[in-house]
Design a protein around this ligand. Structure first.
Ligand code: ADE
Ligand code: ZN
Length: 339
């Protein structure tokens, strides 16, 4: 791993905690709870047949996540890896409906994750916030019920924002317009997935902007098919959370060119890991893969890192402090050798 990338202060905005469930942990939890066939839950193919193919294994592996302690261990393991990868701040997704549908109480999920966030914050970081995703292939009514269940945790400041994930085909942002309006009224920040290589992706991104009023879009790289859309994303300073190794494992390409083109056109594009236990790398690995493929300079790499702090939901003051930390790091870094 490149020392410059590893030490660069980084912010991760697109990581699904359930997607950080490494095979050994999935197997251990399944064994602990006596789940038949649990050993298979750790199996991870090298490539997936698109988003829906990936999601089947992703939901199956979650069966072992049952107790507050399981969610604690899951979140704590991710955060310790993220710290080693130079992450200083992360806004992390979780999928409550994937657990409540199996009879795991909402409180079990959120309490375990929250305790890990607190312990790691006291232990040297990273600092983190939580973003609750609705499953778009479930009904809008189910999302609305989940929103209501979350409100006590919103009131305590435990959940910062809401997102939308899972299988996009046939489930446009518009399906959730009312739920997201209610979430905004409850004080939540808003983001939504518009995965790469999906049907009607450009229309979905426009819906995110004009109908939902999101502040970020997860993935969103297909905006390049529409010049006016790219200009609008740049004008509104909407963050796009690209996930290169996810693109590689699902669709055979990092889409590094799309990342560099969007940055050149003034879009706040960022690099993230998505589901690192499935896609073969955490956030620094994603930076390194794009750096290698696109031949990025240290300045280019630092600019992508700064985009994530700018697209984060930190206060202006904390954002500025992290941006200065990146500048100081770059200024202090030893000069890179030839090549
Ligand atoms: N759930 C976990 N990872 C996802 C992704 N990349 N897209 C949609 N839903 C997801
Ligand atoms: Zn995702």
């Amino acid at each position: 791993m490149d020392d410059f990338i590893l030490g660069l202060p980084k912010c991760e905005l697109h990581v699904h905690l359930e997607g950080t469930l490494e095979p050994a942990m999935a197997r251990a939890f399944a064994a602990r709870h006596g789940i038949a066939g649990g050993a298979d839950l750790g199996e991870r193919p090298a490539t997936f047949s698109g988003l829906s193919g990936f999601l089947t294994g992703y939901y199956a592996a979650m069966q072992g996540l049952q107790t507050e302690e399981n969610f604690y261990e899951l979140a704590r393991a991710y955060l310790e890896t993220a710290r080693r990868q130079g992450v200083v701040y992360a806004e992390m997704f979780f999928d409550p409906q994937a657990h409540t549908a199996r009879g795991v109480p909402f409180d079990t999920v959120v309490s375990g994750i929250h305790r890990a966030q607190e312990d790691v914050r006291e232990d040297g970081g990273p600092d983190t916030a939580l973003v609750m995703c609705f499953l778009r292939d479930e009904s809008a009514e189910s999302a609305a019920e989940t929103l209501v269940a979350s409100l006590p945790y919103r009131a305590r400041g435990w959940i910062l924002g809401v997102g939308l994930d899972s299988d996009e085909r046939g489930h446009p942002p518009a399906k959730f317009a009312a739920v997201f309006a209610d979430a905004r009224a409850a004080g939540y920040r808003l983001t939504m997935h518009c995965d790469v290589r999906q049907e009607d992706s450009v229309a979905h991104i426009w819906q995110c902007l004009d109908l939902i009023g999101v502040e970020r879009i997860d993935h969103g790289l297909e905006c390049l098919a529409d010049t006016a859309l790219v200009e609008e994303l740049a004008r509104r300073r909407i963050g796009l959370t690209a996930c290169p190794l996810s693109n590689l494992r699902l669709y055979g390409t990092l889409m590094a060119d799309a990342v560099t083109e969007l940055a050149a056109r003034g879009v706040l594009v960022t690099l993230n890991s998505d589901d690192p236990a499935y896609f073969g790398g955490y956030v620094a690995d994603n930076f390194e893969a794009v750096r290698d493929e696109a031949g990025l300079s240290r300045g280019d790499v630092a600019r992508l890192a700064k985009h994530a702090f700018e697209a984060s939901w930190l206060t202006g003051e904390r954002t500025r402090a992290y941006l200065s930390a990146v500048d100081d790091y770059v200024a202090a870094a030893a000069p890179s050798g030839p090549g």
